[in-house]
Design a protein around this ligand. Structure first.
Ligand code: ADP
Ligand code: MG
Length: 369
């Protein structure tokens, strides 16, 4: 199970007009399940294809284990690759698909058959060895693709939206199977997805990308609890963003004047008086009560919209300053409040984050492309 290092890797297309990957550094540790997460077009597939050797970087170096692989063809990199579209040979049965690698490598028959059987048992499809791809469901085909990717003995597994074409329920099941398999076999995996739920559920760590750059690398919890960037706070989970200025600082934190004179307390001690900031508050950390109450970090407003969403209820609250925030509460806790009612939305200073107001503007910084 090798580690993978990307050092200052850049890839452009269209004679340099499209910067797909922009000077990224990344270390995927030994035995780690790492996900490249980000909106469509941010450079995830390009990064994965460079690790695989399907395309070469313009600049920078890639190491697999201790070996510098930049310039080496894919077959010399010892990797397994799984695509979103089950790239199986349509005219070959499951057995021939899975043992294709060992066959090409001219392994002795006994070894080939043992590996073929092991891999198919691992993905629970040994009894379907004779089936051809079109006789299988999407989930089964993707399991075969996985077995095939691993049959040639690769210790590094690269997966590009491997669950993207599957129905929700199968996708959820396969997430956990995939994760378990990579653990059990002691592989290193790099998984590409634009689905944050998938990334959160499956990864040891996530590298969050935007426009060819990596904004933050960390465990799912770190990205959720300690986002380093407004984009991260928005892309991982959900956040309300309120703009304001720091009007007071003391040894406990600072006081922010939001638009329309609303006041908020934050525990951030790094701010200067007069600084323009964005306060980010997660919808699930806000409480809501009827009426306008004068309480710490209580924001007065009224309910613009109420939605029952199954396990949660969702309020859109228009604040006194005309900003709108979202509040999510567990459906079975407390009474529901009707649309049109005056309320106080309250948040805890230690469950909100401050960011410096982005120079490009907030909207621009949060945009997906
Ligand atoms: N072969 C190519 N030729 C030209 N542009 C490309 C090519 N491959 C990718 N791109 C562009 O590079 C950017 C990153 O693409 P990609 O890595 O596929 O993103 P993602 O996988 O995150 O959706 C996009 O703007 C895409 O249009
Ligand atoms: Mg892609």
């Amino acid at each position: 199970m090798p580690d993978v290092k990307l050092v200052n890797v850049t890839k452009t297309f269209a004679k340099g007009r499209i910067v797909a990957v922009d000077h990224i550094d990344l270390h995927v540790r030994n035995g780690e399940y790492l996900t490249l997460l980000g909106p469509s077009g941010c450079g995830k597939t390009t990064t994965l294809r460079m690790i695989a050797g399907l395309i070469e970087p313009d600049e920078g170096m890639i190491y697999i284990g201790d070996k510098l692989v930049t310039g080496l063809p894919p077959e010399d990199r010892d990797i397994g690759y799984v695509f979103q579209q089950y790239a199986l040979f349509p005219h070959m049965d499951v057995w021939d698909n899975v043992t294709y690698g060992p066959t090409v490598k001219a392994w002795i028959e006994e070894k080939r058959d043992r590996i073929g059987r092991e891999m198919l048992e691992m993905v629970k499809l040994y009894d379907r060895s004779d089936a051809v791809p079109r006789e299988l469901s999407g989930g089964m085909m993707q399991r075969v693709a996985l077995a095939r990717a691993l049959a040639a003995g690769a210790r590094l597994l690269l997966l590009d939206e491997p669950l993207g074409a599957l129905d929700a329920k199968i996708r959820f099941e396969l997430r956990y199977e995939l994760r378990k398999l990579v653990n059990d076999l002691g592989l290193t995996a790099v998984h590409v997805t634009h689905d944050q739920g998938e990334a959160m559920a499956i990864s040891d760590r996530i590298a969050l990308m935007k426009k060819g750059k990596i904004l933050q690398v960390g465990t799912p919890q770190e990205l959720y609890m300690k986002p380093k960037h407004v984009f991260v706070a928005n892309f991982i989970g959900e956040s309300n963003f309120l703009e304001g200025y720091v009007v007071e600082t003391d040894d406990r934190g600072c006081i922010i004047e939001l638009r329309g004179g609303l006041i908020a307390h934050a525990i951030d001690k790094t701010r200067r008086k007069g600084e323009r900031v964005v306060l980010a508050i997660r919808p699930e950390t806000l409480s809501i009560e009827k009426g306008h109450k004068k309480v710490l970090n209580g924001l007065p407003g009224y309910i613009e919209r109420f939605r029952f969403e199954g396990t949660d209820v969702r309020y859109e609250v228009t604040l006194k300053n005309e900003d709108t925030i979202v509040i999510v509460r567990p459906a079975l806790m407390g009474e529901w409040i009707n649309e049109g009612e005056s309320v106080t939305a309250r948040f805890s200073p230690d469950k909100s984050y401050l960011f410096t107001y982005p120079t490009a503007g907030l909207r621009r910084e949060l945009a997906l492309e």
